[in-house]
Design a protein around this ligand. Structure first.
Ligand SMILES: C[S@@+](CC[C@H](N)C(=O)[O-])C[C@H]1O[C@@H](n2cnc3c(N)ncnc32)[C@H](O)[C@@H]1O
Length: 297
């Protein structure tokens, strides 16, 4: 790679790592270590956890597990598919697809700390035989062609500046008849600047929103045919409003143990501001949320 291109790519990776793993620098301990301590502090064995224990830290998208289940239903997963979870974060959707749909899942993510946490959490949840995780850029995935039935991507394309390359990679990795299932943040009709920080970016530098039409053009150009598309902005906004209300009131997600670790353990206290800004950007029509299924032509 020519050195100018290498510098840009390196800078992009660094910016994303700085965003998603900023608290490691401020707290002086790796994310995995901090999260293990957080589980111990609420009486959970960090090496033996169930999927309910993890829901606060492994669903880094609007709507949590319900949104992932809705996407799986829209994509008509039958069970047993080979899935590539792109921008898998800490691996929540990968584990859900393994546990509830019997899928074999590979998760790829550019943030090393998330790959490390995803690997630990799958082992702790007893799902390490059906899920594995790799640190990789979605634009250059070091896996064989034709090796997946489904590409799964929740709230990650908006971090990727070069969607053409990413979609070409998806085309290469899918077997004939393969599908792409996405749950994505897109630009809304209100083109005023977003309120930052949001959960995927502290500044416009790591936010690469396209609107719904641009997204559809990108997929058509890459040789995909649209199967289904749903705008789920209203339910996402209702979910985010309720979360922000609870966060302001100092409450955690519902569940038997009220203080299970949540996203603030990953991002730090700034997460509450990110959540409120996302709520306000949604309410102002600056961003919208789409779920969609595309099929290889
Ligand atoms: C908002 S998080 C969503 C994580 C996960 N999909 C979820 O819903 O819980 C976005 C993720 O995309 C990852 N990501 C961003 N750009 C990427 C790229 N070019 N290649 C791989 N992963 C990327 C980030 O590191 C981050 O984990």
């Amino acid at each position: 790679m020519p050195s100018a291109q290498f510098d840009v790519a390196f800078d992009h990776v660094r910016q994303l790592n700085d965003h998603y793993d900023a608290a490691t620098t401020s707290e002086g301990q790796p994310l995995r270590v901090r999260l293990k301590k957080a589980f111990l502090a609420v009486g959970c064995d960090p090496d033996s956890l169930n999927l309910d224990d993890l829901a606060g830290i492994d669903q880094l998208h609007l709507g949590g597990r319900s949104a992932s289940r809705a996407l799986a239903a829209m994509g008509e997963l039958n069970g047993g598919e080979r899935v590539l979870d792109v921008g898998c974060g800490t691996g929540g959707a990968s584990r859900l697809l393994a546990a509830e749909y019997d899928c074999d899942v590979v998760g790829v993510d550019i943030t090393s700390a998330f790959v490390e946490v995803a690997t630990w959490l799958s082992k702790a949840a007893g799902l390490d035989a059906r899920t594995r995780f790799l640190k990789a850029d979605a634009a250059v995935v070091p896996l064989e062609s034709d090796s997946f039935d489904v590409i799964w991507c929740q709230h990650a394309l908006m971090n990727m500046p070069d969607a053409h390359r990413v979609l070409a990679e998806w085309r290469r990795l899918l077997s004939p008849g393969g599908r792409v299932l996405i749950h994505e943040v897109v630009a809304g009709d209100n083109r005023e600047p977003l309120a930052f920080p949001v959960p995927w970016a502290r500044t416009a530098g790591t936010s690469h929103l396209r609107d719904g039409e641009q997204l559809q053009r990108l997929f058509a150009l890459a040789g995909f045919e649209l199967d289904a598309l749903e705008d789920v902005t209203e339910s996402a906004l209702a979910w985010r409003r309720e979360r922000s209300r609870r966060e302001s009131a100092g409450e955690s997600a519902p569940g038997p143990v009220v203080s299970l670790p949540g996203p603030e353990q990953i991002f730090g206290e700034v997460f509450f501001t990110m959540g409120r800004n996302l709520r306000d950007n949604l309410a102002a029509g600056k961003v919208r949320i789409l779920e969609a299924v595309w099929r290889l032509n």
